[in-house]
Design a protein around this ligand. Structure first.
Ligand SMILES: Cc1ncc(COP(=O)(O)O)c(C=O)c1O
Length: 396
């Protein structure tokens, strides 16, 4: 048997291997980037399903159009317009999770060995997708305000080969928790203007902001709508309803849309009609707003509790910023410390997190720890965070 080159190069990620531990009863897991089962809007979903007409149930069980159910495209369009997104001049494609949108973008832009540009650290799902298309991944480090603009400028002026695209997550970055400043976004626009390099804007966390005063910082690049940059925007129902629906979307120019729709046809023909109908009703009834408001309050409390414990007990040599939304803390350890060694100790004590090298496109830089606060109760945070702090203290 001969595997393709791209399959032969695929490696199981540490995050996936460790997720198998997350289900163990004696482990408190701060590893997974998923919502808490206890927070899903089960009653709303029951109501929605119970009120389906027979015709809707038939549609739910049937294949749908490749771009998505027209009713969802319409309701989602209204939802996205409220974020100032240019829905009229662009096209929406419903995808099977935003990870599928990232895979579709990879398919239309990457040839083997094509250079692409990402942030370091970077979402592991995107790294895996880019690697599966054999991209030559270049990365530039993040600062607390977004990508390091000086290094980005140097890269763009000195690099002999143009990257096929730049992939970034401006709002409550996974794993770094960073919220891009308005200034960094403006500089990004200046640097990419007229360069012919599309930007993939991954915006799956922007609805999970904890402070109303941050609302203006959350404006997507796509909403600023720079005329001479192709911004390929993607978002998801995974963080505002449930990842089990496997529903995301892209908002792209008609030219890019045309290619993406063809690729989606070959990937899975259409996303699940069943969950599209549910998501459509969730948007149309406005339940999405009450739900995100409620989960944000809970996540904020968990985040502040975790911040308090970390601030009180971590050694001074460990640095972090308390996130203002999203799911993640990102702890910076001294360069000489290996987070995977800390992880082994933490597992013995009964706590789990993800070590930094998972999010380094080169799989090397390991002096960071990602802690999720979304999927553990306050009681579990009180119990589990001290175990991680103890493990850190044994090595730092
Ligand atoms: C930054 C980012 N993008 C995309 C995704 C994929 O989300 P989904 O495919 O469930 O929509 C995730 C999931 O954790 C994420 O953190």
């Amino acid at each position: 048997m001969i595997f393709s080159e791209s399959a032969a190069n695929l490696r199981t990620s540490e995050i996936r291997d460790l997720m198998s531990l997350a289900g163990r009863d004696d482990i408190i897991s701060f590893a997974g980037g998923m919502p808490d089962n206890n927070l899903f809007p089960i009653n709303d979903i029951n109501d929605i399903y119970n009120n389906f007409t027979t015709k809707e149930k038939q549609i739910a069980m049937q294949y749908g159009p490749t771009p998505g159910l027209p009713s969802l495209i319409e309701s989602l369009g209204q939802y996205l317009k409220k974020k100032g997104l240019p829905v009229e001049s662009n096209k929406i494609l419903i995808t099977t999770g935003s990870l599928q949108a990232i895979n579709i973008f990879s398919k239309i832009f990457i040839d083997p060995n094509s250079p692409i540009l990402v942030e370091n650290p970077c979402f592991i799902g995107a790294i895996s997708a880019f690697k599966s298309y054999q991209a030559n991944i270049k990365s530039i480090e993040l600062t607390k305000d977004g990508i390091n603009i000086e290094n980005l400028e140097n890269f763009l002026t000195s690099s002999d080969k143009k990257p096929r695209f730049f992939y970034f997550t401006p709002n409550f970055h996974n794993p770094a928790g960073v919220l891009y400043s308005i200034d960094t976004k403006k500089k990004l626009i200046q640097l990419f203007s007229g360069q012919g390099i599309p930007i993939i804007e991954d915006d799956v966390y922007s609805d999970l902001f904890f402070y109303d005063e941050d609302a203006s910082h959350l404006t997507p690049l796509k909403s600023i709508n720079p005329q001479d940059i192709d911004v390929c925007y993607t978002g998801s129902f995974s963080k505002i309803l449930g990842p089990g629906l496997r529903l995301g979307w892209m908002l792209v120019s008609p030219t890019i849309y045309e290619k993406c729709e063809l690729v989606k046809q070959s990937f899975d023909a259409c996303s699940p009609s069943f969950t599209q109908l549910i998501a459509d009703k969730f948007l149309r009834t406005g339940k999405v707003y009450a739900y995100t408001k409620a989960v944000k309050e809970e996540y904020k409390e968990r985040c502040l509790l975790m911040s308090k414990l970390l601030n009180e007990q971590l050694p001074d040599s460990i640095h972090f910023h308390t996130p203002r939304g999203g799911f993640y803390f990102w702890l910076s350890l001294p360069e000489s410390i290996n987070a995977t060694d800390i992880l082994k100790k933490a597992i013995k004590k009964g706590a789990l997190f993800v070590s930094g090298k998972t999010f380094d496109p080169d799989g090397k830089k390991d002096n960071h720890i990602r802690l999720s606060f979304c999927n553990t109760s306050k009681e579990q945070i009180m119990k589990g965070i001290p175990k991680i702090i103890e493990s850190i203290k044994e090595l730092v």
